[in-house]
Write a protein that binds this ligand. Structure first.
Ligand SMILES: *Cc1c(COP(=O)(O)O)cnc(C)c1O
Length: 380
């Protein structure tokens, strides 16, 4: 299976069929625990013969999702978690302990920013949040107790593609571990593990699930590191439920199709909006991968656009504080993800009231373009 192409793999990633009575899809093992016929059988779990004991520790559905994403990311192993945030937390805690220092990109996802700058600091971790635009700036932050470099493969909301080889070589020079949030790119577009990153994390709530109906996370990397992380996931109670795992797993089957269509639509929309005089700037990556440049487009409207009216004129395009569903949606960073930032911090990251993030869906591209053009027409 591992030498077939991405499009084939996503459809045929199944758990061991002997467990599934050859059913065409994987059944949902909606059970909290597994039973044992006698004490020898119970003992067999502890010597590695029986696979499952208690769902918080291991379950066929969560395991299937972890292994699927590991395979797609070209990683040795993976563990599924209750959310993107718990995958990030479990990954970080597998590498650092109180007193250690980590360096993260200052423009990481809002929840991650809060986790690093508040929760993990309170827990005794030293954290530096810096721009990863210039890796020399990152190098200056390295201390004797630095353990980890943390960033996102495509930044939010301005969609800067990270210099992964540069980060890997900087980390190697200083004996640091590296962790990358690959949510925006998905393994269809980028596989940072292949480039030497130690841990890759996903909010499977986004493109992996793809239908805005499941909250889940996945962490992948080398077996030893994932084993450590999986133990933490179980002990912290950050395990994913079987049904949620099943939904996210189902989402992976159409990941390639969705990314193809959504990337293509996003490119067309970005090009169309570049022609609009009332759009000051269109942010869309020049190049992410041969397969496409992703499906998020960020725009800054001209100050003559009435932003409140613009949001009211979007027709079937809904405002949603998320991304990556099959429906085109818009989100408003100043009122959601970056709401807690003060004036000065907003200026530093370049966000103002005219910046809007578009998550492009699978609808007909002409209809999407028409809707955004119409909204601009009605709000000037
Ligand atoms: C949504 C998101 C997260 C958090 O994921 P949850 O599933 O909501 O916990 C982390 N990183 C990125 C880039 C995200 O978009």
């Amino acid at each position: 299976m591992s030498d077939s192409s991405f499009e084939t793999q996503v459809v045929h990633n199944h758990i061991d069929q002997s467990m599934a009575l050859n059913s065409k899809t994987t059944p949902i093992y909606q059970t909290t625990a597994f039973t044992f016929k006698d004490l020898d059988h119970l003992e067999s779990y502890y010597n590695g013969e029986a696979a499952y004991l208690y769902t918080r520790e291991r379950n066929p559905n969560t395991e299937e999702l972890g292994q699927t994403i590991a395979r797609l990311e070209k990683a040795e192993a993976g563990v599924a978690t209750s959310s993107g945030m718990s995958a990030i937390l479990s990954g970080i805690l597998s590498v650092v302990k109180p007193g250690d220092h980590l360096i993260a990109a200052e423009d990481v996802y809002g929840g991650t920013y809060h986790l690093l700058s508040k929760e993990l600091k309170d827990f005794g971790l030293e954290v530096s949040l810096v721009s990863f635009h210039d890796l020399e700036e990152v190098r200056k932050e390295i201390r004797p107790n630095t353990r980890l470099l943390y960033t996102e493969s495509i930044s939010n909301p301005f969609l800067r593609v990270e210099d992964i080889p540069g980060i890997v070589s900087l980390a190697k020079e200083h004996g640091l571990k590296t962790m990358v949030d690959n949510t925006f790119a998905t393994p269809y577009l980028l596989t940072p593990i292949e480039q030497g990153i130690d841990l890759v994390v996903h909010s499977a709530t986004k493109y992996i699930g793809g239908h805005s109906d499941v909250t889940a996370g996945v962490l992948v990397g080398r077996s030893a590191l994932i084993q450590t992380a999986a133990k933490k996931v179980s002990t912290l109670g950050a395990s994913l439920s079987p049904f949620e795992a099943w939904l996210a797993q189902r989402g992976t089957k159409t990941l390639a199709l969705r990314m193809d269509k959504q990337s293509e639509n996003a490119k067309k929309l970005a090009n169309a909006l570049k022609e609009e005089p009332h759009v000051k700037t269109v942010y869309y990556p020049e190049f992410v991968s041969e397969r496409g440049n992703g499906a998020i487009v960020t725009i800054e409207l001209q100050p003559n656009v009435q932003v409140e009216q613009w949001f009211k004129s979007l027709g079937w395009v809904k405002i949603a504080p998320t991304l990556a569903g099959v429906e085109t949606t818009v989100s408003y960073p100043v009122k959601t993800s970056h709401r807690s930032l003060n004036e000065h911090q907003l200026e530093t990251v370049g966000i103002n009231e005219y910046v809007i993030r578009l998550s492009v869906g699978i609808e007909d591209s002409e209809d999407i373009i028409k809707q955004f053009k119409e909204a601009i027409k009605q709000s000037i």
